[in-house]
Ligand binder design. Structure first.
Ligand SMILES: NC(=O)c1ccc[n+]([C@@H]2O[C@H](COP(=O)([O-])OP(=O)(O)OC[C@H]3O[C@@H](n4cnc5c(N)ncnc54)[C@H](OP(=O)(O)O)[C@@H]3O)[C@@H](O)[C@H]2O)c1
Length: 384
């Protein structure tokens, strides 16, 4: 397997223009590139990668067609995305669109670090796009949780994002909201695709990339937390990765979505928190070893009570439990800030309703039980 990524390949003939994709080594970006390179269009893809060897490994894993993708080394935190002058000149003459997925997706980063990649990285991409006269679309993959501490119905528009006054649960959410604002101000030909949190690869429930949701479930599975933030209306809005990458592939370059913000979320198909916990409990209880531990369902607590719990863990908890609780505190409070993401525009554009969490949640729990959750670790070993 070889991917074209040297300067000589920049002289190769091109089809209908080049689409620059950032974040192509990541979960969604790699699947997007796979979809586009195997769909039989004449579209030429260039990917911005920090580490060429990592990209080559991804291209090999995905069995991308020979020479389907031009890999350009760079880094979104640098001006001009850290591209060589040759690469920038090539993009200026060939690029017709940019699809920006590169991000620091860690919820626990301090604000300045999150901004460096997510906000400033977007600013650098927009500056480069401004130097590319044929670029007629900048698609930005954002998060639905730019909504931050908003509650209620979250519209598919700029108004769906929180403001400084409303606040965000973590610096990731805030830096993504700031990046959206930069894009809206800079151009007219943008589309913002806001994904909910990815729960698993597809409806079969396979999980190839763990995130805060899986970390939280593990904690509850292992009986390490008796409490979860939640109120009566709490739901968990998550999506399978294939729904999101398929939607990005279909919408990012559509010419009738200029200036639109689209939610790639479960929306009305989000799962009420109490049902979700009950289903987890029922699945976990199929394991005799887990049943012997007599682990009870966590009780739901408002944000204030959750805060008291995390303070108690800070003061008296085991160091590993402290680490996990700190990590969860960058995400779990969202559960006590109930919101329903509108998905009307997404459904109209895609022609399908988003997958309902009920349809695959059990499969995902079963997958985790079959793979990494075999057995229940002792309290001191868990969540290392
Ligand atoms: N996964 C989710 O649950 C979720 C939910 C909502 C929204 N999103 C959004 O969807 C997009 C893709 O998410 P993902 O889960 O696929 O991300 P991911 O798997 O965490 O991958 C992040 C990607 O960004 C690249 N990147 C990070 N810092 C970079 C830098 N300084 N310069 C260039 N590239 C850099 C990474 O490249 P390296 O290989 O070099 O690290 C990688 O390709 C992100 O914008 C994210 O905010 C994701």
């Amino acid at each position: 397997m070889r991917t074209s990524h040297d300067h000589a390949s920049l002289d190769a003939p091109h089809g209908d223009g080049v689409v620059l994709v950032t974040g192509a080594t990541g979960l969604l970006g790699s699947d997007l590139v796979r979809r586009w390179t195997t769909s039989g269009t004449s579209r030429r893809i260039a990917v911005l990668v920090r580490d060429r060897a990592r990209w080559d490994a991804v291209a090999q894993r995905l069995a991308l067609p020979h020479d389907a993708v031009v890999a350009l080394e760079g880094d979104v935190t640098r001006e001009g995305l850290g591209l060589t002058r040759v690469a920038r000149t090539w993009l200026a003459s060939r690029a017709t669109a940019m699809v920006h997925l590169a991000a620091d997706t860690t919820f626990s980063r301090p604000l300045d670090q999150a901004r460096l990649v997510n906000r400033d990285g977007t600013a650098h991409l927009l500056a480069l796009a401004a130097d590319c006269p044929h670029v007629a679309r900048v698609a930005y993959v954002s998060t639905a949780f730019v909504a931050g501490r908003r509650t209620g119905v979250i519209p598919e528009s700029a108004e769906g994002a929180a403001t400084e006054r409303i606040g965000w649960v973590n610096a990731y959410e805030r830096s993504k909201a700031e990046a959206e604002a930069l894009l809206r101000d800079a151009r007219r030909d943008w589309v913002i695709l806001r994904s909910s949190t990815i729960a698993c690869d597809d409806a079969n429930g396979v999980v190839t990339q763990r995130n805060a949701v899986h970390q939280a479930l593990r904690l509850f599975h292992d009986g390490l937390a008796a409490m979860i933030p939640g109120v009566v209306e709490s739901v968990l809005d998550v999506v399978p990765a294939d729904y999101v990458s398929d939607a990005i592939a279909l919408l990012a370059l559509r010419d009738d979505v200029d200036g639109e913000t689209v939610h790639l979320c479960a929306g009305a198909g989000a799962m009420p928190l109490d049902e979700l916990l009950a289903e987890c409990h029922a699945r976990w209880a199929t394991d005799a070893a887990w049943r012997r531990r007599s682990i009870a369902l966590p009780s739901q607590a408002d944000l204030e009570t959750w805060e008291l719990f995390t303070q108690a863990v800070e003061q008296t908890g085991h160091p590993r439990l402290r680490r996990v609780t700190r990590a969860l505190s960058h995400f779990l409070p969202q559960l006590a800030l109930p919101k329903r993401f509108e998905t009307r525009r997404a459904a109209a554009l895609l022609g399908v309703e988003p997958p309902r969490v009920h349809e695959y949640w059990g499969n995902m729990i079963d997958h985790l039980l079959r793979t990494e959750w075999r057995g229940v670790p002792a309290l001191t070993e868990a969540a290392a």
